[in-house]
Write a protein that binds this ligand. Structure first.
Ligand SMILES: C[S@@+](CC[C@H](N)C(=O)[O-])C[C@H]1O[C@@H](n2cnc3c(N)ncnc32)[C@H](O)[C@@H]1O
Length: 221
C-alpha cells in the first residue's frame, strides 16, 4: 500500500469540512500517511499511521516514492479518474508534492503529533478526540481487508471519537466498485445506537467516489 500524501484542501473536499469544523475541536487523521493536514493546522490534528514506526529516513523515502508511483498508476489507468476537482495531472502532482514536503518538514518539527498505530487497535484513549477522519483505508482496500476487519476497525474509530467519524472513499480502489458489506456494517452500527449517513462531497478523482460515510456516535457510549 502506498503511503500517499494529501493536502488540507483535499481533506476539506473529501470530508466536506468547513474551516469552523476543523478549528472547533480535536481531530484525528487515521490513517494520515504522508498527508499535510497536521502540518497545515499547526499541529492541531493528530496524525496516526503504522508507517510512522519506520522512522523518519525510511518514511521519507516511502512517501517520496509514492508520489511517482501514484503518477504511474494514474497514467496507466486514465479511465478510472476524472479531473474536475484537480484540473489536470500537473496540478494534482504539485498539490501532492507540496503536501509530502510539508509533512516531512512538520514530522521533524512536531514528532509528537505523528503517532505510530494501526487499526483495529489504536494507542488512544476512549473518546479522546472530537472528530475522526479516515481517508483511503477502510472500504477502498476491501479487496485486502474483509468484513470482520472493517467491523473491528470501525468500532475502534468510534471508540476514540467523542462525536463523529467520517470515512472516504466508499468504493474499492482500482475497480471503483461498491463495497458489498457497507450496508451490513451500517445496519450493525444502527443496532448499536450510532447514526450513519452517506453524504455527497465536493471532491472528485476516482470515478464513483463522490460520497463519505458519516457516523455520529451514540451519546451514551
Ligand atoms: C493510501 S494511504 C492514505 C493516506 C492518506 N490518508 C491519504 O488519503 O492520502 C493508506 C495509509 O494507510 C496506512 N495503513 C495501512 N494499514 C493500516 C492500518 N491497519 N491502520 C491504519 N493505517 C494503516 C498506510 O501506512 C498508508 O499510509
Amino acid at each position: 500500500m502506498l503511503i500517499t500524501s494529501r493536502s488540507a484542501a483535499e481533506y476539506r473536499a473529501m470530508f466536506d469540512l468547513t474551516a469552523g469544523e476543523l478549528a472547533a475541536g480535536s481531530v484525528l487523521d487515521c490513517c494520515a500517511g504522508g498527508s499535510s493536514l497536521t502540518a497545515e493546522t499547526a499541529g492541531r490534528v493528530l496524525a496516526v499511521d503504522p508507517a510512522y514506526a519506520l522512522g523518519p529516513r525510511r518514511l521519507a523515502a516511502r512517501v517520496l516514492a509514492a508520489l511517482a508511483d501514484g503518477d504511474r498508476i494514474i497514467s496507466a489507468h486514465a479511465d478510472r479518474f476524472e479531473w474536475s476537482w484537480y484540473g489536470d495531472p500537473g496540478r494534482r502532482h504539485a498539490i501532492r508534492t507540496a503536501a509530502a514536503r510539508a509533512f516531512l518538514t512538520d514530522l521533524r518539527r512536531r514528532p509528537g503529533r505523528y503517532v505510530a498505530g494501526a487499526l483495529p487497535r489504536l494507542p488512544l484513549a476512549d473518546a479522546s478526540v472530537d472528530l475522526v477522519l479516515c481517508s483511503h483505508l477502510l472500504f477502498t482496500w476491501s479487496d485486502r481487508f474483509g468484513l470482520d476487519w472493517h467491523r473491528r476497525a470501525l468500532a475502534e474509530l468510534i471508540r476514540v471519537a467523542r462525536h463523529e467519524v467520517r470515512l472516504f472513499p466508499l468504493v474499492v480502489q482500482g475497480t471503483g466498485e461498491t463495497v458489498p458489506f457497507l450496508e451490513t456494517l451500517r445496519a450493525e452500527l444502527h443496532g448499536l445506537g450510532h447514526r450513519t449517513r452517506l453524504c455527497p462531497v465536493p471532491y472528485r478523482f476516482q470515478r464513483g467516489a463522490d460520497e463519505m460515510l458519516l457516523v455520529e456516535r451514540a451519546p451514551s457510549q
